[in-house]
Design a binder for this molecule. Structure first.
Ligand SMILES: [Zn+2]
Ligand SMILES: [Zn+2]
Length: 322
């Protein structure tokens, strides 16, 4: 692998005003393998206390539901189409009246229509039967592999598990649609292994089941994107990068891929500050990426980011997909 010809270190040297924004990120670099429970991994078997129950998701899952339109709905829909055709013949107008648009959106009810079967297709939350769906291990990170990452005192092992299904704004996660995530901070020396290994849930979404990967972590300086920097400073940064024939974003700052710590990119939405309930601005803890050897697909081939509270790692984390 060849590194970039210019580095964030050179940029910091040229623009010392950036120094307060520099963070050490650990790029995790997963590649296909058969990791054991004592290694850091993506999709590998986690170290697990023998007497600790495996986490299960009991939150509603989003499933596609098809509903037959009522005769009245079907007639209303066909009536609108008829009226539109007449108007088009008459004066070439294609627009729907406000009333027709309202009727259509009431019939679609947040979904889409299958006009061959005359069915409405919607994603709706459905309760999970029984005692929930077992979560799957997604990431296990030993402190020795990401020493720059802040951890609760006395712990040296961070685990991320998720429910491999879609959820709409699960508990504590406003404006988030995706897998429900759980974190575990542990002391590895006090953690045994599960005898049987984690159960594989039935009915999981394939794109949320990571293929087992080993990690090849490297540390890198990471810098924030435009909206998290003072305007003048960002202009100097862009000029510096352009003068060296490189991009700033995703090359020198907001480094892409699986990482621990560092800065998040806000390429889909504009910068959306996430504040903890204690008032502190939350910080990027982990970034999980789509594609590559783990073979995940979050959002539309995006990144799932986990933010934690810098004041107290026990405060609830927040999730965001870009
Ligand atoms: Zn779930
Ligand atoms: Zn907090």
């Amino acid at each position: 692998m060849t590194g970039p010809t210019v580095t964030a270190v050179e940029l910091l040297h040229a623009l010392p005003a950036l120094a307060p924004y520099a963070r050490t990120a650990t790029l995790l670099r997963p590649s296909a393998g058969s990791p054991g429970p004592y290694e850091s991994s993506v999709g590998g078997p986690p170290l697990w206390p023998v007497d600790e129950p495996w986490p299960r998701c009991r939150q509603p899952h989003l499933v596609y539901v098809r509903e037959k339109l009522t005769d009245a709905e079907r007639e209303a829909w066909q009536g609108i189409a008829r009226n539109r055709r007449q108007r088009r013949r008459h004066d070439g107008a294609h627009v729907l009246t406000a009333e027709e648009a309202a009727t259509q959106s009431r019939i679609m009810d947040g979904g889409s229509l299958d006009l061959i079967a005359w069915e409405r297709v919607r994603l709706v939350p459905r309760p999970v039967p029984g005692d929930g769906l077992p979560m799957v291990p997604v990431l296990q990170l030993h402190a020795r592999d990401a020493p720059a990452l802040r951890r609760p005192p006395g712990t040296d092992l961070l685990q991320l598990l998720w429910c491999p299904q879609d959820h709409a704004e699960p508990e504590g996660q406003p404006r988030y649609w995706g897998p429900v995530v759980e974190l575990r901070h542990r002391a590895s020396a006090e953690t045994g292994t599960t005898a049987a290994g984690p159960p594989v849930p039935g009915g999981a979404k394939e794109v949320y089941l990571p293929a087992p990967c080993r990690l090849e972590p490297v540390e890198a300086l990471d810098l924030p994107e435009q909206d998290e920097l003072p305007e003048e400073l960002y202009e100097s940064v862009e000029q510096w990068a352009a003068g060296r024939g490189t991009d700033y974003n995703r090359v020198l700052g907001c480094l892409p891929g699986w990482k621990a710590g560092g800065w998040p990119s806000w390429h889909l939405t504009d910068f959306t500050p996430l504040d903890c309930r204690c008032g502190a601005r939350m910080r990027l803890l982990l970034t999980l990426d789509s594609g590559g050897d783990p073979g995940l697909n979050v959002g539309r081939y995006g990144e799932l980011r986990v933010f934690s509270c810098p004041e107290d790692p026990d405060h609830p984390m927040r999730l965001n997909i870009q």
